[in-house]
Design a protein around this ligand. Structure first.
Ligand SMILES: [Zn+2]
Ligand SMILES: [Zn+2]
Length: 386
């Protein structure tokens, strides 16, 4: 089945929602206007609506028939704190606020699917619509999970998508297993003892110690991680001292690590702590590592990845579905939901647009019917009447 006619018919309405969201971008956990528009629309179509799941998140549920089966659909709603440079008629009305990742389009397309599903009711079971806040590194998925998302609204499986610049509109891309990297941020505090710069013999130099730690950390990638596993450690900031002639008391090493397997993330964390402490100890200093997991690796369960690819192939044709796309070093916090419930995340082409997080980016409205059809057909196929 290609895109259903009834979804094509919703394209003008989805486009209007999308342009309205684009003009009124709200960053993580501030999506009060967006989530209220979503909640009221869902209520109008007969969904059971739950506000404030994960602060500004919204959950909508619709049960049709008698089956106990359930499927979750997830989108993100937040914008970024950056300045839009497009001259679009619907460009951001606010300084330092921009829908530069396409979450305006993600939300609009899931609303389109919601309206279609409520009108057609061509399934047997419960659909749970998860409108997530704060995807951009500030913990929206975990906030919803902490509020009992899957305990209060059980889902057998859960599905989501992200638009993909440079992939043609009408094309889908996915892979089973790991698809996007996990990401952690780290801060290492190196504590030494300050002195006059002319008398380092009176110091325990934290700057020299920090430099040795930075060099040693790369041995984790080179010597501790197996060559077939991917891992990245990037020290991106070093701080310490204020003067040319003073050895400071402390120095800081900050950066990010990326990896595709949770156990490799743990391996990097454990080795980093041991290495930092050990190297510091050799210099008579101490080191403390603060490691914060921001994104889990995104892992598609194989059956659901195949199912999502089959849905995409129905909509767009097998030739337009890349079933084994390359790994993505970027991260996505839907990964935390996929740690709890089987499911899959798919990319849908945004065409020849600027990259996401670029001030010239815009979501491609031609994608809306493809995304809405993907969401809707996932439900109709997963919860097909017996
Ligand atoms: Zn983003
Ligand atoms: Zn995004």
């Amino acid at each position: 089945m290609p895109i259903p006619d009834k979804i094509y018919a919703l394209a003008p309405e989805m486009t209007a929602w999308r342009h309205d969201f684009h003009a009124h971008p709200e960053i993580g956990f501030e999506e009060t206007r967006t989530s209220e528009i979503v909640a009221r629309a869902l209520e109008g179509w007969g969904y059971e609506v739950h506000r404030h799941v994960g602060k500004t998140g919204v959950v909508g549920r619709l049960k049709v028939g008698t089956s106990p089966r359930s499927v979750g659909l997830r989108c993100d709603m937040d914008a970024l704190p950056m300045h839009e440079i497009t001259q679009l008629a619907y460009r951001s009305k606010f300084e330092n606020r921009m829908h530069a990742c396409g979450h305006d389009g993600h939300t609009a397309s899931m609303l389109g699917a919601a309206k279609y599903l409520a009108e057609t009711r061509n399934f047997d079971g419960t659909v749970t619509l998860i409108f997530q806040p704060a995807e951009e590194g500030v913990g929206g998925a975990n906030a919803m999970l902490a509020d009992g998302l899957f305990d209060r609204f059980p889902c057998d499986t859960v599905f989501g998508f992200h638009n993909s610049p440079k992939l043609d509109v009408g094309k889908f891309a996915i892979r089973p297993g790991p698809m996007m990297a996990g990401g952690a941020f780290f801060d290492i505090k190196v504590q030494g003892r300050g002195s006059h710069g002319a008398h380092p013999e009176h110091s325990i130099d934290p700057v020299l110690t920090a430099c040795q730690i930075v060099t040693a950390l790369q041995s984790i990638v080179a010597r501790n991680i197996g060559a077939v596993d991917q891992g990245v450690i990037s020290v991106t900031r070093i701080e310490g001292g204020d003067a040319y002639n003073v050895v400071p008391d402390t120095a800081w090493i900050r950066g990010t690590a990326r990896f595709f397997k949770p156990e490799i993330g743990k391996l990097i964390e454990d080795n980093m702590k041991r290495m930092a402490k050990g190297v510091a100890s050799g210099f008579g200093a101490t080191a403390e590592v603060d490691w914060r997991l921001i994104f889990a690796p995104l892992h598609n369960t194989p059956d659901e990845a195949t199912f999502a690819a089959d849905v995409a192939a129905e909509i767009a044709g097998e030739a337009n579905v890349e079933r084994n796309r390359s790994l993505i070093m970027g991260s996505e916090d839907f990964s935390f939901m996929l740690e709890k419930v089987p499911g899959a995340y798919i990319n849908i082409g945004n065409g020849d647009s600027a990259q996401v997080h670029n001030p010239a980016y815009d979501f491609n409205d031609k994608l809306l019917p493809y995304a809405a059809a993907f969401y809707a057909r996932v439900v109709e196929k997963k919860l097909a009447a017996a």
